[in-house]
Write a protein that binds this ligand. Sequence first.
Ligand SMILES: NC(=O)c1ccc[n+]([C@@H]2O[C@H](COP(=O)([O-])OP(=O)(O)OC[C@H]3O[C@@H](n4cnc5c(N)ncnc54)[C@H](O)[C@@H]3O)[C@@H](O)[C@H]2O)c1
Length: 438
Amino acid sequence: MKQPTEIRPATGKLGVLLPGFGAVATTFVAGVEAARRGLASPVGSLTQMATIRLGKRPDKRAPLIKDFVPLAGLDDLVFGAWDPIPDDGYQSALKAGVLHKEQHLDPIEEFLASIKPMPAAFDTAYVKKLDGPNKKKASNKRELAEAIREDIRRFKKEQGCDRLVMVWCGSTEIYVRASAVHESLEAFVAGMEADDPGIAPSQLYAYAAIMEGVPYANGAPNLSADFAALESLAVANGVPIGGKDFKTGQTLMKTILAPGFKTRMLGLSGWFSTNILGNRDGEVLDDPESFKTKEVSKLGVLEHILQPEMYPQLYGDMYHKVRINYYPPRGDNKEGWDNIDIFGWMGYPMQIKVDFLCRDSILAAPIVLDLALFMDLASRAGLKGIQEWLSFYFKSPQTAPGLYPEHDIFIQHFKLKNTLRWMMGEEQITHLGVEYYE
Ligand SMILES: NC(=O)c1ccc[n+]([C@@H]2O[C@H](COP(=O)([O-])OP(=O)(O)OC[C@H]3O[C@@H](n4cnc5c(N)ncnc54)[C@H](O)[C@@H]3O)[C@@H](O)[C@H]2O)c1
């Protein structure tokens, strides 16, 4: 990848396109609007709150990331969405039940209600527990993809946007493996025309975005843009892409804790994770085929962090299980329990219990914001294809073929900040620090 020599400035409006206008998407949009009006803080967002150290420690140069790299400002963001359920942003946010009605939704009701989802490319064959009337009609999948492309162009024109980004906030689809139809662009286009069952709606949005030069980030574990045909199309069209599956809740905890055990060479014999949640996402994941997609995304994490093949004595025999149960009374306020069996000196066993009473969409919303702003930055910096430096935000990061993903959140964080330094022609920070002792 070539080091950017110039980054185009973030002038004008940035349109953020959201396939899926449910809990995560509306919490994100409402939070941005609340921050713009000074009603709430964008907690959890690196682009809004984090600083970045530059140069040597005694230099004391640590600007905010948003003052260091040219990012779009919150005031420049406009939002568009698609959803088979026709609820506007206010109704959808109310149903999602994440944010307080009186405190956070009512003051921005007019703004939220002004965002009405466009008809979706939706098919119940891929998300079995949901349906809605706000759907596109077309004679095949290629026509659907072309209709999404038209939506993108129309939105850009009507809203007077300078640039767009797309962040998938739609449901988790049934498990789809990459097959022959995903190997080349020709096969993929032919597959859309022939309504190939391997092509799920999320792939149509990804294809449409990349064709329109719009960066695409995938917040669900769906295959979406994670296959050869769209990866090469993204490179050919100079479009940044990234995925998969926002790293929130239990997996966030796993990627914080597991690197800690490994750095101290503590063994792990078992990790049992169970979740109860009662939002729409939980209902969709109650379908075994959608759960399978999520399970694959969640399970890879420990293997990659702990590297049992390199440390068979410590991690060669670990039992890892993830369960998700739909439990309506909990709504979006999920409970994730982890029972972790570790062992130490001379093999003596110990246990750790984590009971995370988290709010899924509260953890996901800042990720949507950061991905939108960083993807736009990447595009203006001339970066294209998979943006591995944004692995920090994903449970199951996309990587170049043949490369294993980096899951350790601290390495991911390090990589993200060094990439920003690299983009801006600043020195990389290695933390070696021997010069301070000369
Ligand atoms: N909340 C989190 O912490 C978190 C973390 C990681 C991943 N995710 C993923 O993010 C996604 C959104 O989560 P959520 O809690 O907002 O779920 P949600 O069910 O509240 O919202 C998803 C919305 O997507 C819509 N949708 C489904 N298929 C669509 C299509 N083809 N086109 C347009 N819209 C479509 C649904 O109608 C629904 O309104 C899910 O896939 C979830 O697994 C969420």
